[in-house]
Design a protein around this ligand. Structure first.
Ligand code: NAP
Length: 293
């Protein structure tokens, strides 16, 4: 069965639109998300455009700041600082990756934690690890929402996560192992140095794959009845497609789907949920900034 990120993200967005109306009816302004896009990488352009469009559709304000590839680190930091101090903006994301001459960590740390709706700032990552309220980064948050809304049983299950990035693999491993629902999994975190990877993946009740390697996980690597969450998005050349490429996940969907009890498609799975979760964080940032009377 499909874990339909497209459908569930529409549900989440409809709920958010209702909350925005309620905020406005209470005399507050709508949440406002700012996005900074450096350069013109095709995939980044697409992601940022979807985020801005999603904001507009549910009644959030949005600001897109475009800077050239050649922008200096100082200039970018100034732009971030201006948004940090702008009372009309609740959330700020800087689309990654950044050009090589810019220090990504420095940039991440320059966004004030209160507006860091991507949940990348060390303060927010630290809070996540401690289980304190924070902005959980959008992709793992979206995956948790998807599992919750499909009532996927996670307690006591063996969850295998492939990939240990700071934005996906590590936080989802943390969230699924904590004492919560979804959660309470026994988690194994695999990476490029893991030996006999398929022995781990075949023992997974829940398999979360975040590698960035198109169709890496094949049917022989998956246990019958497993829940498979495919985070990967890779553009693979395809001359038959007008865009010249197709999007592929990290899982060979056609062969794995018959074995899985639940599986996310690509596109239409985790990517959609990521945007919905970013919007949830932005609404939360807005609410956090409303002072009680
Ligand atoms: P990343 O930073 O590129 O890290 C990839 C991880 O995979 C690393 O931990 C790496 O191990 C591990 N890995 C690579 N090859 C491996 C192998 N053969 N066996 C086992 N582990 C291996 O990844 P990311 O930023 O998390 O992104 C992963 C994918 O998800 C990409 O396709 C990205 O575009 C996609 N993504 C999608 C969304 C969404 O909204 N759907 C959001 C974020 C990312 P080492 O640490 O040992 O190098």
């Amino acid at each position: 069965m499909l874990l339909d990120g497209k459908k569930i993200s529409e549900e989440v967005k409809a709920e958010l639109a209702v909350e925005v109306k309620a905020l406005i009816a209470d005399g507050h302004r709508a949440p406002h998300l700012a996005a900074i896009l450096v350069g013109n990488d095709g995939a980044s352009e697409t992601y940022v455009a979807s985020k801005v469009r999603a904001c507009e559709r549910i009644g959030f304000g949005s600001t897109l700041v475009r800077l050239p590839d050649s922008v200096s680190e100082d200039r970018l930091l100034q732009e971030i600082n201006a948004i940090n101090n702008n009372e009309e903006i609740d959330g700020l994301i800087v689309q990654l990756p950044l050009p090589k001459h810019i220090d990504e960590q420095k940039v991440t740390e320059s966004v004030v934690p209160e507006k860091d709706v991507d949940g990348f700032h060390p303060v927010n990552v630290g809070k996540l690890v401690l289980g304190l309220p924070t902005f959980v980064s959008a992709t793992p948050k979206g995956i948790m929402e998807l599992l919750a809304r499909y009532n996927i049983e996670t307690s006591g299950k063996h969850c295998v996560v492939l990939g240990r990035s700071n934005i996906v693999g590590t936080p989802i491993a943390n969230l699924l192992s904590r004492n919560s629902n979804p959660g309470n999994c026994t988690v194994t975190l695999c990476h490029s140095r893991t030996k006999n990877l398929a022995d781990f993946t075949r023992s997974a009740d829940i398999l979360v794959v975040a590698l960035g390697k198109a169709e890496f996980v094949t049917a022989d690597m998956v246990k019958d009845g497993a829940v498979v969450v495919d985070v990967g998005i890779t553009r693979v050349e395809d001359s038959t497609n007008p865009s010249g490429y197709v999007l592929k996940g990290d899982v060979a969907f056609d062969e794995v789907e018959p074995k899985a009890s639940y599986i996310t498609p690509v596109p239409g799975g985790v990517g959609r949920m990521t945007i919905a979760a970013l919007l949830q964080n932005t609404l939360q940032a807005r609410k956090n900034r409303i002072k009680p009377n």
